[in-house]
Design a protein around this ligand. Structure first.
Ligand code: FEO
Ligand code: CA
Ligand code: CA
Ligand code: CA
Length: 638
């Protein structure tokens, strides 16, 4: 989506100022990190600890060149298959119509648009997780109205509003690897008793300290604890009790109708009436003039039980309200639940939630674990240290005197609370990943076009290519109050004329890191999201289409594994427990500078996936889930 204007005008320090000031310290710090301090085991149900902290996972696949082709490319010895594209039925609904002629009711039973975060939940057979049969949860981040309707936004109507709302949310599909050795392939099982679409209209419960608060009440929900739908579903998380977390990111784009936004509304990107989504014209929930509190009910983390299609999703207000990218869950040494989260906007912050209670594998559900706990925000120091500051009413200046009435108020206005406690401004935190052996946390900071001058005499450009930082919690305990941080890699183009823009990548060049995911062997997968307006020109002229890379975090080597079709971003990497099937989302193939497609020229930017897969309905570019396997059936990326 196009960048929002900067909404953080606090005077808090910016990470870049610390990074430059600390560069002389970084060699010493890197040695400290390499030595490794002890770490607690992370007993994920689906990811048993199996990696030694310093073990190198190996990545011996052949090199792959950057690409501008309108197809997905993978290294020799690998193949790729189509699984689930926008408009495909989740179960037994009608199929996709290439002229976008599917109705709103059909869209509610089909894959939404703009696939993003995703996770494979295996069925368990004889006590072992299956790597051939599972449920796939897929986020649908936003809509391109130019492709969603045959004539785009012309004659905007209630039916178009409804179809657009049905194209947001989450899919739960049942998938299986089947066939003979020669034609082994993944397929969506239809019909399936598990299949489900969750949309911007699905009823869900609100829990945690903000549930029931006055600012959460609307005409449709006078108690402030029930909300219709989830939207702008970006990245994700997984709980050890087997549920899926879907995160609401650019929710502000779905609201409209204001004449004069308040300062509080501006802080969350809610702008004065103008260009944007037009849901508000036919659904007063999204008309801020009519229902100002509805926007307070979005921007949360939503928990979904994929195993129970009748379950009511829950919005967990204890995890804060902001433009949530993902929710990376791990366990502290004492088995409290820890969730790392980023707020993806320029100059926004990094957060960590710690539960009050401990995870008990004997209990079937999470219960209070995501409802009662403490949210913290990160403050980085130039000395390579950092601290987590509690966003708790009565602490750190978060009191009535400073404008925070209670804990609900702090959570609904998480950004303002973080401003007040002096959190460190970051360059758009996207995905987070926890190393399965060392417990080190990695975070991609995708880029920041705004200039941050460290030294007035030497003006710098913004953070053009992004970077990946990492930190290690003190004592190796995820619940610790402080940590040591380091820069893992600076994106860049090693051939750039400006030495400042060359980065420090050991291996294949990339920019705008976004998706991050550790596989079971400790390979770090990096998915990129260079915007359509930057791709193939200027700083990004040599970097090609968006791509998926693999990093060895011990040696620092980075190797390109996959290149996407034109105009897409690559996102959502996840695998079966055996590591032999890698699921990836190709989002917004064909996206042009500016974002919204022209319905009279739907194929102007890309014809994918029909351009690559003969059996796929074309007519429009379609976001899709694909699967990559090795020809010999081996572990992907090894
Ligand atoms: Fe939805 Fe920040 O990417
Ligand atoms: Ca992202
Ligand atoms: Ca994106
Ligand atoms: Ca992004």
């Amino acid at each position: 989506m196009p960048d929002d204007p900067i909404s953080n005008d606090s005077t808090n320090p910016h990470f870049e100022q610390l990074r430059v000031a600390s560069s002389t310290l970084s060699a010493r710090r890197r040695r400290l990190l390499q030595l490794g301090f002890g770490s607690a085991a992370l007993p994920f149900l689906d990811l048993p600890l199996r990696v030694a902290a310093g073990a190198q996972p190996g990545m011996r696949f052949p090199l792959l060149a950057a690409s501008s082709e309108d197809r997905v490319r993978v290294p020799e010895g690998y193949h790729v298959q189509m699984l689930y594209a926008w408009g495909d039925p989740v179960s037994d609904a009608p199929g996709f119509r290439g002229d976008a002629g599917n109705s709103a009711a059909e869209q509610a039973e089909q894959a939404g648009m703009h696939h993003d975060g995703m996770h494979f939940f295996p069925f368990v057979r004889h006590g072992q997780p299956s790597s051939t049969h599972g449920l796939l949860c897929v986020n649908h981040e936003y809509t391109d109205e130019g492709l969603l309707h045959p004539d785009g936004m012309a004659d905007w109507s209630p039916a178009k509003t409804l179809k657009s709302q049905h194209a947001h949310g989450v899919s739960v599909i049942e998938v299986e690897l089947a066939g003979s050795a020669r034609d082994l392939a993944w397929r969506v099982l239809r019909p399936s008793a598990y299949a489900r679409r969750i949309t911007a209209r699905t009823p869900m419960r609100i829990d945690g300290p903000a549930a029931g608060a006055a600012a959460m009440r609307t005409r449709d929900d006078r108690r402030g604890n029930v909300v219709f739908g989830t939207l702008a579903n970006c990245a994700m998380g997984v709980t050890p009790w087997g549920t899926y977390l879907s995160c609401e990111e650019n929710f502000n784009a779905c609201f409209n109708g204001l004449d004069q936004p308040t300062a509080a509304q501006k802080r969350y990107g809610l702008r004065a009436r103008g260009a944007g989504m037009r849901w508000h014209e036919h659904d007063r929930r999204f008309d801020l003039a009519s229902e100002p509190n509805e926007a307070n009910r979005f921007g949360w983390v939503v928990e979904i039980d994929p195993w129970n299609p009748a379950s009511v999703p829950v919005k967990h207000t204890a995890l804060g309200r902001f433009k949530h990218e993902g929710a990376m869950l791990t366990l502290a040494g004492d088995r409290r639940v820890v969730v790392y989260m980023g707020d993806d906007e320029a100059f926004e912050y990094l957060y960590k939630y710690v539960s009050r209670d401990r995870f008990d594998a004997g209990k079937a559900v999470g219960g209070s674990l995501l409802a009662i706990g403490t949210l913290h925000v990160a403050r980085f120091g130039a000395d390579g240290r950092g601290h987590w500051i509690a966003l708790q009413h009565g602490q750190n200046g978060l009191t009535e005197v400073n404008g925070f009435a209670d804990q609900a108020d702090i959570l609904i206005r998480t950004r303002q609370a973080a401003d007040l406690v002096g959190a460190t401004k970051m360059d758009r935190p996207e995905w987070l990943a926890v190393h399965p052996g060392s417990g080190e946390v990695y975070c991609s900071l995708t880029n920041n076009r705004q200039r941050v001058d460290v030294d007035a005499a030497n003006p710098r450009r913004g953070n053009v290519y992004g970077h990946i930082i990492r930190w290690r919690e003190d004592g190796g305990d995820a619940a610790a109050g402080s940590f040591g941080w380091d820069l893992f890699v600076l994106g860049g183009d090693p051939q750039h004329a400006d030495p400042e823009q060359r980065g420090n990548i050991r291996g294949d060049a990339f920019g705008s890191p976004d998706g991050l995911w550790f596989d079971r062997d400790g390979r770090l997968w990096i998915a990129t999201d260079v915007s359509g307006s930057a791709m193939h020109r200027g700083d990004f002229a040599r970097l090609g289409n968006n791509q998926l890379l693999v990093a060895d975090v011990v040696s620092g080597e980075v190797r390109r594994f996959l290149t996407g079709p034109r105009g897409c971003e690559i996102t959502g990497p996840t695998a079966t427990p055996d590591g032999r099937n890698l699921f990836i989302n190709v989002q917004h193939p064909g996206e042009l500078p500016g974002g919204r497609s022209d319905p009279t020229r739907p194929l102007a930017g890309s014809g994918w996936p029909a351009s690559q897969f003969a059996n796929v309905t074309g007519g429009r570019p379609r976001s899709a889930t694909i699967v990559v396997r090795r020809d010999d059936g081996g572990i992907v990326g090894a």
